[in-house]
Design a protein around this ligand. Sequence first.
Ligand code: GCB
Length: 652
Amino acid sequence: MAALLCALCLVLATSLVPCRAGHSARALQEGMLYPRESPSRELKELSGIWSFRADWSQQRDAGFAEQWYKQPLRQSGPVMDMPVPASFNEITQDPRLRGYVGWVWYEKEVLPPGRWLRKEDGTRVVLRMGSVHYYAIVWVNGVQVTEHEGGHLPFEAEISRLLQDAPGKPCRITIVVNNTLSPHTLPPGTIQYMDDDSMYPKGYFVQNTRFDFFNYAGIHRPVLLYTTPPAYIDDITVTTGVDGNVGLIRYLVSIRGSAHYSLNLTLHDADGVTVATGDGPDGQLKVPNPILWWPYLMHERPGYLYSLKVTLSATVDGRVSEDSYTQPVGIRTIRVVDTQFLINGKPFYFHGVNKHEDSDIRGKGLDWPLVLKDFNLLRWLGANSFRTSHYPYAEEIMELCDAYGIVVIDECPAVGMKDSKNFGNKSLQHHLVVMEELIRRDKNRPSVVMWSVANEPASDLRPAGYYCRTVIGHTKSVDPTRPVTYVSNANYARDQGAPYVDVICVNSYFSWYHDPGHLEVIRLQLSTRLDNWYDTHRKPIIQSEYGADTIAGFHADPPLMFSEEYQSALLKEYHAVLDQKRKKYVIGELIWNFADFMTEQGTTRVLGNKKGIFTRQRQPKASAFVLKERYWKLANESSCLTPAKYDDVCLP
Ligand code: GCB
């Protein structure tokens, strides 16, 4: 089966896998500020119902051959309604669409306000996609405006000219999406053709992956239009420090559209009081006696944010063009010193969770009720942190982490890299671009305290050493302010990448995948494993995953696997060891997993992975209460709240 791909490479296409041709690298020359309204900027969200059509042709290439983007999608054949944002997989009753692999087409018509289109104003209209999984090509009124590889990071295109050319007419946005994974995508996957015609129909293939979550696909995060003036604030980079009792904010602002401009910066505290001012595209603001950005439960005002208002006044073709953008800023420091992870100079212990962007109908689509429910559960639990296992989460979620003081280990989508093919140059080059895109998006977020460049890569393979060194080195060169890690399940002595990380993150599943049913071996095995890692590398360690599948409502005493009692008992055995090791070098523990989530079907998964301490519907299993008691106890050891309870800090 031949098929489809990046339009530019269509001629060469020989597989289902999109061609990349380095298109995403170009985008990095520009900023990717989170769209915010201001007196000079308007937003128009395009969430809602879109037209949708999967390409069922044998080669999955009819849409390109027949140029479905040239006219309204309904004229190409039957379309259905599809919500955006959402994964397309769980919406219909068609089992073939749930497991569909290949190109699907989305379309929306939108009428932009007339004031955006006056040529003399020079207003820029930008089309921004928060996340489309995995590969996307975008047309406006039949003209290709951008394409992007990678399912978890934003991309955009300026479309002003195309809109001005059709004033008063609806603008037709067509997005084609391909969820095919290859050995060089992040995450990787393979297409396997089943050639035995006594067993499979002609052309039958499956997509194989080696990661443990369902490869939901579609337009997962909001699509929106936003405007800027012709000269505009393209990017802002903020880094913070503390000198005695003065907070330092270093800033770098990049301007596009004019070389003749002046820039003013005003920093307001949370009450709107001006606390510092500056001018010019780079400089430093000083904030006397700042309220620092503290993690949840470490301070009575966690997640304290200042507002940095950047105001641009420029001339374009002899006319004044003014822009403003307000960037939230949390003043905080991070340092890894010996076996400590210091936030604002105080040792920080990660007591948190691993999550997934997963819900039963929306798949990985941004789901506001779910997002808010999860933050309430995190706070109820006394969790101060999470890892974005195993891909960058929505910016809307990151905004709340900043505001609530939830600390984030920000992970890129390098998961399931188990084959030496995943460590070649092609994968590496893409991996570097993904890290750049991730840093560009999240660099100003105080909640992000560490980058994770991968989850459980086969880091004991020979090429993994060079690969990890290069990705970690590149990440540090793009962002020298944050530590870098990746999450390992390799043998401590054979792991090739551990020498390059700042913090060692290790996963283990004692008494689950190893010695199933034998809770009595956990203490010895975990203690030995952690000591081996520490003795070899002398770096702080996070127990970045541990847990047990548990079907809510299954009970067994004495505890048996899959029962709620077993999960609770397993956690307690881990905690006994972690309590010893955190006196020495363990700086955190993240349960696997916050909630049950969907996976591919298989004999070890019961409608998905059941290691959640909450069900997929967010009801607690017994283990949630075990963890809640522990996390509040841990919080009270390091907090300045004495002693904190959920009701004190979370209820009005
Ligand atoms: C792991 C993976 C995670 C899986 C988990 C499990 O080590 O990092 O993605 O879901 O184990 O439950 O098997």
